[in-house]
Design a protein around this ligand. Structure first.
Ligand code: SAM
Length: 269
């Protein structure tokens, strides 16, 4: 039986630091359930952001995965070094900032990304993984978010959560909420509930410039209560594109489907 995570944390003096988004999960059964979400990882490579004391890291190693983990808090490195000794050749820990490293080079094409993300950088990292060349270098994303962010990622038109993040996550990938996680599962407990989102890449609709789609949704949802004819009028050609596609310019951003945004962006690309 591995040492209880509570003892690992006490032994290494890893009191959680709020500024690093540290809310640790100590329940090994819950960690094993999260590690199972991507499907079989036996022999696969996993890229983990923020291993902390190493609870999720061990659960991933137990599946037979090879893990490349990047941790910003140097206090965690001795605990992670113990795990490296226990799983020789299977775990590589990088000391650094996930926002700055060349993750593709470190983890390699085809890696699965699994992380209990620090909340302060979670959305920035997700957008980075959703942008860029397609198909992406990663095979799947299994990520813990605040529940409200998870709902924005999977939201459908008409929902109050539907917005730029929903379109970014759905136009060429398929997200789902895989697990709700109660706040009491973390030490210390955050103020709000969390959820694990699982995202797999899908085919990319042809002829769409991702930057144009991003600009379009930024304009539309930037003024989500306004009619499209007012919110997107600053984009050259947008009003013509609405007319050509038969999209009523009096509709508001939150009623426009992902497919309609894609069709509009294609016209403007
Ligand atoms: N994986 C552990 C768990 O599930 O209990 C810890 C998760 S905790 C929510 C987030 C972790 O990310 C912390 O260990 C924190 O130090 C680390 N972290 C915060 N910002 C980071 C960054 N920019 N790059 C890498 N790690 C970061």
């Amino acid at each position: 039986m591995p040492e209880p995570l509570r003892d690992v944390i006490a032994r290494h003096g890893l009191q959680a630091t709020k500024s690093l988004g540290q809310n640790f999960i100590l329940d090994r059964q819950l960690l094993a359930r999260i590690a199972a979400i991507p499907g079989s990882l036996n022999g696969a490579t996993v890229y983990e952001v923020g291993p902390g004391p190493g609870g999720l890291t061990r659960a991933l190693l137990d599946t037979g995965a090879k893990v490349v983990a990047v941790e910003r808090d140097r206090r965690c490195l001795p605990a992670l070094a113990e795990l490296e000794n226990e799983f020789p050749d299977c775990l590589r820990v990088i000391s650094g900032d996930a926002l700055e490293i060349d993750e593709r080079r470190e983890a390699g094409d085809g890696a699965h990304i699994v992380a209990n993300l620090p909340y302060n950088v979670g959305t920035a990292l997700l957008l980075r993984w959703l942008e860029g060349p397609w198909p992406p270098w990663w095979s799947s994303l299994t990520l813990m978010f605040q529940r409200e962010v998870a709902e924005r990622i999977v939201a459908r038109p008409g929902s109050e959560h539907y917005g730029r993040l929903s379109v970014a996550a759905q136009w060429r990938s398929t997200p789902r909420i895989a697990m709700a996680v109660h706040r009491s599962s973390f030490v210390p407990p955050p103020k709000i509930a969390s959820a694990v989102v699982h995202i797999v890449p899908a085919g990319e609709p042809p002829g769409v410039d991702p930057l144009v789609l991003e600009k379009l949704t930024a304009a539309a949802f930037g003024q989500r209560r306004k009619m499209l004819r007012s919110s997107v009028k600053g984009m050259p050609g947008a009003l013509d594109a609405l007319a050509e596609l038969g999209i009523d310019s009096e509709r508001r951003a939150e009623t426009v489907s992902v497919e309609e945004y894609v069709a509009l962006a294609r016209r403007l690309s």
